[in-house]
Design a binder for this molecule. Structure first.
Ligand code: NAI
Ligand SMILES: O=C(O)[C@H](O)CS(=O)(=O)O
Length: 470
């Protein structure tokens, strides 16, 4: 069994205490990781601040990130195995995550060479004819990245890649239960030639490390993906410093009467249950026009019942375990509560330990937990509507607003949805769960603020500085 130290200023740093990381399907002990103490946080911040005085040119940043992306591709099998073990994600999906992570770093590398300001025509103002002005984009300085358990490698890359590309130093705090892929990534970045003072990976207890980092005025920005509860806490404690938040969602997808029903059903079944539904754009609420409801439900049921549930290490498995038994129990309770309030289980509803079978609920009400809160599990609700405007209004009747999907071939309805849905991204003829890594990704309302996608995250992670020449 391997013990992992912190990655601190290029060292594999041993600590007093260690915490266990378990295999999420078997429950076996995988390894132990160091528990960071306050002095490690102090050192990481001090070293990161000092790094700002070193030269780390855009081309050097490009080279390091490009090389790391190549290393990720060379290590795809090892990393996929780590992700499958620490998250419980099916091995085919874990491989996709590694490939996406490599793409995220490749995009970040390219963007490092394109950071630019703009000319500002101040000379057009009376009295300023002798002046010229332009803007520079300068690194914010020290970025803290706090990441969740569900997509541990790619979501770390979405923070580390743009932060380094923009010229910052980064301190990463992975989720307690899934720190191993981030540690592996940290070592690959160093192997690729990243200056050792630019990246530190601090494993340990989230509330402690979070609190020490939030109290340390040497940190300039917090970029966080995780629960709205912790996101809110970070916002309160960060004060006037920059914060970017990717939080939860109870993602909706509308299936209009003129949609390609088979295509919609196939995609809804595929994107409601991958990663056992533990994806914040995972399809949770489907609103189907009443004229195609019966046909759609029958097709989604067929596709859902064909999914293979079980050991995530098996290449055939499509739905693996949830992150912890208590999470699977919570989902089971929410489903039972919905049934007690009138919902029907069309398929699924069964639990064995951490495994929860892909579940379709109908006869739901918007007030049920499975509709109004974020399930973050393999459950989808399917309900009907009569008027497109009502469907849009019901999607908007949520405290969240990350992404929404619309299946329709009616251009006018698609445009109405694009204009009226209160979300960060409207996906036409696909589900809420569509994401490629180059696109701007981020929500409104309780889904957070700020955008990811390397080009857009670099804007968040730099300041715009005006230069006026006389
Ligand atoms: N919008 C998005 O892109 C995503 C959102 N999520 C949200 O995250 C939730 C699940 O992820 P979890 O890892 O359980 O979320 P979480 O909010 O419990 O933990 C996320 C991270 O925050 C850290 N943390 C915990 N307490 C902290 C504190 N007091 N100060 C600073 N950091 C702290 C954790 O150690 C972990 O690294 C979901 O319910 C979903 O809402 C998850 C994935 C993606
Ligand atoms: O929000 C999430 O859970 C992830 O960002 C979605 S994805 O990047 O894995 O598609």
């Amino acid at each position: 069994m391997k013990r992992h130290g912190l990655i601190l200023n290029g060292r594999d740093e041993k600590t007093e205490a260690y915490m266990a990381v378990y295999q999420k399907f078997t429950g076996d002990l995988l390894s132990e990781v160091a528990v960071a103490e306050s002095q490690h946080i102090e050192e990481a911040v001090t070293v990161s601040r000092a790094a700002q005085k070193d030269t780390f040119s855009p081309y050097q940043r490009y080279e390091v990130l490009k090389r790391t992306s190549e290393l990720l591709r060379e290590h795809v099998d090892q990393l996929a195995e780590i992700i499958t073990d620490e998250v419980g994600k099916p091995i085919t999906e874990a491989k996709t995550e590694v490939e996406r992570a490599a793409m995220t770093l490749e995009l970040s590398a390219e963007e490092a060479k394109r950071i630019q300001g703009e000319m500002v025509p101040v000379e057009a103002s009376p009295g300023a004819e002798e002046r010229r002005a332009f803007t520079l984009r300068v690194p914010v300085g020290v970025v803290v990245a706090i990441t969740p358990f569900n997509v541990p490698l790619n979501l770390a890359c979405h923070k580390i890649g743009p932060a380094l590309a923009a010229g910052n130093a980064v301190i990463v705090k992975p989720a307690e239960v899934t720190p191993l892929s981030t540690l592996y990534l940290g070592h690959l970045l160093l192997e690729a030639g990243l200056p050792k003072n630019r990246l530190h990976v601090l494993t340990g207890h989230g509330p402690d490390i979070g609190d020490w980092l939030l109290k340390n005025e040497g940190v300039d920005m917090f970029t966080f993906t995780g629960s709205p509860r912790v996101g809110e806490l970070i916002t309160q404690k960060a004060g006037l410093r920059k914060v970017a938040l990717e939080l939860g969602n109870n993602s909706a997808t509308i299936v209009h009467h003129d949609a390609d029903i088979e295509e919609a059903a196939k995609l809804v079944a595929a994107r409601s249950f991958n990663s056992a539904g533990q994806v914040c754009i995972s399809v949770q609420r489907v609103l189907v026009h009443k004229s195609v409801y019966a046909q759609f439900l029958e097709r989604v049921k067929t596709h859902t019942e064909a999914l293979i549930v079980g050991d995530p290490r098996e290449p055939a498995t499509q739905v693996g375990p949830m992150i912890a038994e208590k999470e699977a129990q919570r989902v089971e309770e929410w489903v039972k509560e919905a049934v007690s309030e009138g919902a029907t289980i069309e398929t699924g509803g069964k639990r064995e330990g951490t495994l929860f079978w892909p579940t379709i609920l109908t006869n739901v009400k918007d007030s049920m937990k499975v509709c109004k809160d974020e399930v973050f599990g393999p459950v989808v609700t399917i309900d009907t509507y009569s008027e497109g405007t009502d469907a849009i209004e019901r999607v908007n009747r949520s405290v969240y607003g990350l992404q929404a999907g619309v299946f329709s071939n009616d251009l006018a309805f698609c445009l109405q949805a694009a204009e009226q849905l209160e979300v960060g991204g409207v996906i036409i003829n696909d589900t809420s769960a569509f994401r490629v890594d180059a696109m701007p990704y981020g929500g409104v309302k309780r889904s957070g603020s700020g955008k990811e996608g390397p080009r857009f995250a670099i804007e968040e992670m730099t300041h715009e500085r005006l230069v006026v020449l006389r």
